[in-house]
Design a protein around this ligand. Structure first.
Ligand SMILES: [Zn+2]
Length: 248
């Protein structure tokens, strides 16, 4: 079983004195294994805050290299990283926060050939900004009873939901909420733009949801969180299963 070292207890000392971080919860935290698909505007702050919240096991999946136009929101990267593989840079930067965290990387886009590397994850996060990937991950997580967090930002608007595929008695999935076809032409960041601040907010809310859910700090089950980053209001909606969902 994994344990935090003395050095780690020092790094996380201000967190671990919070009353929510009982000995039992600290043990749980140490075992959480998060897969993040897409190390972009959401994946960067999310991975950073997960590592700085004591998460020790991460798998990062992204086939892209850093581009200049990423820098408004992908805060793990700087101008000197342009052209380098995102997952390599991200791993290096995250290790600077806690050198003892275990970070696996896949420097390819997620697909049928590499998805099983995420089978061991407690939660798989979709931060890929690609509808086909979202549908693919939703189905994979449903089929394999892996918890699934969907996070997306377009413009200033963010939406995040965590599906408890392990224990949910009633079916609920991404397809219940957005029953679009795979090839639907939805707006994407590269065409309509994206606020780096809203992406950051989405990363932070996702990180908090993961901690809340994993340590049972608050109910995240079936809650869709939406926000207009400009207005700084965050709203939670309870969502229900759709009778006619194809994946039911
Ligand atoms: Zn469904």
């Amino acid at each position: 079983m994994n344990k935090y070292s003395e050095k780690e207890y020092e790094i996380f000392s201000r967190l671990f004195i919070l009353k929510e971080f009982s000995e039992e919860n600290i043990k749980k935290l140490c075992e959480i294994n998060i897969g993040i698909v897409g190390i972009g505007g959401i994946g960067c702050p999310l991975s950073q805050y997960l590592v700085s919240s004591g998460i020790k096991k991460l798998t990062l999946v992204d086939g892209d290299s850093v581009e200049k136009n990423n820098l408004n929101r992908q805060i793990l990267f700087g101008v000197n990283d342009i052209g380098k593989k995102k997952v390599n840079v991200a791993k290096k930067k995250l290790k600077l926060i806690n050198s003892d965290c275990n970070i696996d990387i896949i420097d390819n886009n997620i697909d049928i050939n590499n998805i099983n590397s995420l089978a061991k994850c407690s939660i798989i996060v979709d931060a890929a900004d690609d509808w086909k990937t979202s549908k693919f991950l939703n189905e994979y997580c449903l089929k394999n009873s892996i918890n699934f967090l969907y996070a997306s930002v377009i413009g200033h608007d963010l939406q995040i939901i965590l599906f408890d595929n392990k224990n949910n008695k009633e079916h609920l999935c991404l397809n219940c909420i957005f029953p679009n076809k795979n090839d639907v032409d939805l707006p994407r960041c590269e065409t309509v733009g994206i606020s780096g601040i809203s992406a950051g907010l989405a990363g932070l809310i996702s990180a908090q949801k993961i901690i809340n859910f994993s340590l049972n700090l608050s109910n995240e089950r079936n809650i869709l969180t939406v926000s207009d980053g400009k207005k700084i209001n965050i709203e939670n909606f309870i969502v229900k299963s759709k009778h006619e969902c194809d994946l039911k």
